[in-house]
Design a protein around this ligand. Sequence first.
Ligand code: SAM
Ligand code: SF4
Length: 349
Amino acid sequence: MLLGYNYFIMKDGFGRTIDYLRLSITDRCNLRCRYCMPDGIVSLPMSEILSIEEIIFTTRILAELGIKKIKITGGEPLVRKGCIQLIRMLKEIPGIEEVTLTTNGVLLSENLPALLDAGISAVNISLDTLDRDKYRLITGFDCLKEVLTSVDAALKSSIPVKINTVSVDWSSYDKNLNSKDNQTNPYEEIVKLVDFAADKEICVRFIEMMPLGLGKDFPGIPHSSLIPYLTDRYEGMTLDKEHRGNGPAVYYKIPGFTGNIGFISAVNGKFCESCNRIRLTTTGYLKTCLCYDKGVSLMDVIRSNATEEEKHDTIKKLMKDAIDTKPEMHCFEDTEKISEKHVMSSIGG
Ligand code: SAM
Ligand code: SF4
């Protein structure tokens, strides 16, 4: 349905509205999270990565098709030169209503004033633990202090702040990865992050570890057991039906808490019926479902000798065709069927 210039509503083959883009702008990162990008992962040469101009060219076409919201991801987006300038340019594209960022938070506080000036609408900060030693063991760097400074700075600004935590039973992966008092109870490690929302205007969201890339070797905590554990522990914890974001998270409120908590049950909860998203990777691949190596490579056309107009028309058609054949649902429960072989840092999560 065409509602006016640049206000197209894009539907996939199953009638779902596709209006949300996860845009990965780098495969590089300043951390080495064990489940995502441990030491040894080789970065792509910059010549194989979309330039800022190429990202803008491609995103403009996606906006014409109906993309309205963009989440900048990576790798770590804040290590990409030109990230802030890119956000400013994305915000100026007709039809783009919201540009948000997911970051590990290490470089956030120093970049926050410029990000706000560029028009960032919200930030998600990834944080898997509040314990300094455990943070260093998971990410490879002693940077918890910097991340917490960024959380504080973001909370003082006017934008919404979310924490994203993968729910992992770290103790069964490596016994050093639970604090001394909780050696055998992974749920109590999660409780510490729940309590982080007690006195802050923040949403702490738990994400089930997906069996993608290196994630398949990590013992996830299924939300089917985590949510009952927490509802038992926090009297009056109830579903918050009013609180909604762009994605599949289910939110809960806890009496007396300033913030709230959320669960993205990527593996055990099938929320594919309401999936609204596509992904553009650093190499110009339009990816239509996390689980599968399915989509279309746009790089050859972007870098061809065709005129801008020809490129525009060809890319638009390729995008439409790819979105039309977006898979109906993920297959995380049947790992044999997962055809995506890339690590998360190159997909963007
Ligand atoms: N560096 C940024 C950050 O950490 O937020 C953006 C990229 S990172 C790949 C995006 C998110 O994906 C992070 O919250 C990370 O914890 C999550 N992630 C990585 N591998 C995952 C997996 N196998 N399953 C679920 N989430 C994963
Ligand atoms: Fe880097 Fe984010 Fe992956 Fe951690 S999760 S290695 S911060 S890209």
